[in-house]
Design a protein around this ligand. Sequence first.
Ligand SMILES: [Ca+2]
Ligand SMILES: [Ca+2]
Length: 162
Amino acid sequence: MIGSVINFISLGAVVIVSAQPESCPHGWIQRGSSCYAFINDVKEDWMVAMSYCNGIHAKLVEIETVAENEFIRLHLMDNNLQGEYMIGLSDVLLEGDWVWTSSQTNPIYSDWYPGQPDNYHTHEDCAILWREHGYHWNDAPCTVPYNFICEKELSDGTDIIG
Ligand SMILES: [Ca+2]
Ligand SMILES: [Ca+2]
């Protein structure tokens, strides 16, 4: 009896969720429960890129798995998107200590191009996807304007839907 009540409740919850299929905002690219905005009409430095992403309730993209990395690299290559893309990884606070901005945690997965990060001219504290090397990662100056990618989770949109 109790079991069937629980089943009924959980079934109801499933119906409610599936009645509001979530999708990414117009212009964003969806992968699972994540949405990605590839910003390449304006190049910005790291601070401005971060602020822009935050302003649209997102963050500079944080790439935690090989699958996510391949998804982004393939999107850039398939669509022939030009230039470098900044991601949410930096060692601006402590040289050599790379952290994802939103969590301040060291990456478990990384895809540095061989020889990187090299902190060239002791002045490279922000990670980019390096076009001329298949969008593998490079450290670059945070003050140079680059294209960038914002990321947000679909669950962030429930407030708007409700
Ligand atoms: Ca550095
Ligand atoms: Ca470098």
